[in-house]
Design a protein. Structure first.
Length: 580
């Protein structure tokens, strides 16, 4: 939940010195520049040029005086990407990861109570199912799936990506992403990313709309004056970091775990307000995804970085192939210098004139030493294959080929092949996607969209998230196969000794099997419904028994009435004895 400043900010311990706070934030931002420059100059620029030319900001080009970049004018920027194998492999790998981990086409998680006994209660199971559907709808409206796709591509390429989840009056939640180069990251003592500093540019007119004219520095107000330029762009910093004044008992900004602060970067003066805006959040509003982290590094390494040498090599070989092809199609011509004097048109781009001793009219191509096109194609294909392997292209492509008809064994085999991605999959699920889901849940709860929990859930009971994506199902399919094998074995034992069936809890087997498959709770009746069905069945059986007994009595009476009594029958003798 966001808290906006409308009056002078009062934090825990009294009125905060906003001037000092702004200087501290600016100092922290500047201190992160050295590490950022190392990553930018050492890796990110090269990756942008060779693989992802349309991603990244503030990397390879300097800003103009008006704050714009070459990237902002929509011009073509892929002129240095001679071979697109790495980019195409990234797109395929991203599609496989999204399909295997967080597809929009089907649910990929279910919430569960940490106390597993509660999950067996039908009302709890149904409440969790409803919560899941509400959160999935919120993620669809917030643009979370587009943000996941963006983060996946940037993480594969640059090793690091970030997504913000804001509250929104129209869509409840709204996701936003930055590209590499637009932000600086800072981590806590445990190595977890806990702060982000965004460097953004905005026109004076848009700043007035976003922050209110009363909060703008004088330089921005001047641009808004009549006759000036309201489209003049200004650089501002948006810092999100833990609240050093946080107190759980406090209200207002003091009770917010994270502070969100906006300030003009360069042109503000001492007479201006230190901040354009200060906001607070009860939980971290952003999440960072990193492919792999080496040592104490803040930013992550990427698969593209690991094979950047092969990518550059295949670019150079592709240039050699084009040059070799050009030389064979349009070779250099050797012509007598007599033709030069008459201005003859030879139809060749490169002509060498000479004075032949024997035949002054001889025109012939000069034989140049070059590698054959076939050889170059073979070498390029070999390196391209290595690039696809390094970017997990082949491994992830198998995920997209899984169909509804795939057996549990086939899915489990795919999962075993994907264990090479185990580290990233765990980070994506547990540190990125889980937090993204929880953030949407918190926002939905703040807006009153989450239904009350059933009475069976004790106060303070914790819940967690269980992923049901293709990779998660592939992992659980091994357990499902074990259940099927166990039941088949028990069925054979029961055939030999029927008394063994008393030890088998068939209902528990069914519930565990359904939960592992992620089936909806509506497919199973609640305990109350089962008791009603059993009571109704027992009543019907009793009524049928009564009807059968009544039919037997009626038949007996009818038979007795139809019996003929003669003088020699047993009934006649008994009647005579009764009369004596």
């Amino acid at each position: 939940m966001a808290y906006d400043r409308s009056k002078p900010v009062k934090l825990f311990g009294g009125r905060v010195d906003e001037v000092k706070l702004q200087k501290d934030v600016a100092s922290r931002f500047e201190s992160l520049q050295t590490e950022f420059d190392g990553w930018r100059d050492g890796t990110w620029k090269q990756i942008q040029e060779c693989v992802l030319p349309y991603s990244g900001r503030n990397l390879a080009t300097a800003r103009r005086q008006d704050g714009t970049l070459d990237e902002d004018d929509g011009s073509r920027r892929d002129d240095k990407r001679i071979n697109s194998t790495a980019y195409n492999a990234l797109i395929t790998t991203r599609a496989g990861l999204i399909e295997g981990l967080a597809p929009q086409s089907r649910p990929f998680f279910v919430p569960r109570m940490r106390n597993d006994e509660l999950n067996s209660i039908h009302s709890v199971y149904k409440w969790l199912w409803d919560v899941k559907n509400i959160v999935l709808l919120a993620m669809e409206k917030s643009g979370a799936y587009d943000s996941i796709a963006h983060c996946m591509l940037e993480t594969l390429g640059f090793g690091t990506s970030i997504v913000y989840t804001w509250e929104d009056m129209e869509t409840i939640a709204r996701c936003e992403t930055d590209t590499i180069g637009e932000y600086r990251l800072a981590k806590d003592a445990r190595g977890e990313i806990n702060s982000v500093y965004r460097e953004k540019w905005m026109s004076a007119a848009n700043m007035r709309e976003a922050f209110g004219e009363e909060n703008l520095p004088q330089c921005v107000k001047n641009a808004l004056m009549e006759g000036k330029n309201p489209n003049e762009r200004f650089c501002y910093i948006h810092a999100i970091e833990p609240n050093g004044y946080y107190s759980e008992e406090a209200r207002g900004l003091s009770g917010m775990k994270y502070l969100s602060m906006y300030y003009l970067k360069d042109k503000a003066t001492a007479s201006d307000k230190p901040f354009l805006r200060i906001k607070g959040f009860t939980s971290k509003p952003f999440e960072v995804l990193r492919w792999d982290v080496e040592g104490n590094a803040t930013y992550g390494d990427s698969p593209v970085k690991q094979c950047l040498g092969e990518i550059k090599q295949v670019h150079e070989l592709t240039v050699d192939l084009l040059r070799s092809t050009e030389k064979q199609v349009s070779p250099t011509i050797a012509a007598p210098d007599s033709l030069k004097s008459v201005g003859a048109k030879l139809g060749a781009d490169r002509v060498i004139y000479y004075s032949p001793p024997d035949n002054p009219q001889s025109i012939k191509p000069i034989q140049e030493n070059f590698i054959s096109i076939e050889t170059l194609n073979e070498v390029i294909a070999t390196i391209e294959d290595r690039i696809k392997t390094a970017l997990f292209n082949k491994a992830l492509q198998a995920i997209t080929e899984i169909t509804k008809e795939s057996t549990a064994y086939e899915i489990s085999k795919v999962y075993e092949e994907k264990m090479i991605l185990g580290g990233f999959v765990q980070r994506f699920n547990n540190k990125f996607l889980r937090r993204l889901i929880e953030r949407h849940f918190e926002i939905c709860q703040n807006h009153g969209l989450i239904p009350p929990a059933p009475q069976e859930i004790p106060d303070g009971e914790e819940w967690t998230i269980e992923f049901t994506s293709l990779l998660a199902q592939a992992q659980r399919s091994i357990g499902i196969s074990s259940i099927e094998q166990s039941m088949a074995f028990k069925a054979r034992i029961v055939a030999l000794d029927p008394t063994v069936v008393d030890y088998i809890d068939a209902r528990e087997h069914m519930e565990v099997y359904d939960r592992n498959l992620g089936l909806p709770p509506k497919m199973t009746r609640s305990e109350e419904e089962v008791q009603q069905i059993r009571a109704e069945r027992q009543r019907q059986q009793q009524a049928m028994e009564q009807m059968k007994n009544a039919d037997k009595m009626a038949n007996a009476v009818k038979t007795a009435n139809e019996v003929q009594i003669d003088d020699n029958s047993m009934l006649a003798k008994l009647a005579e004895q009764a009369q004596v």
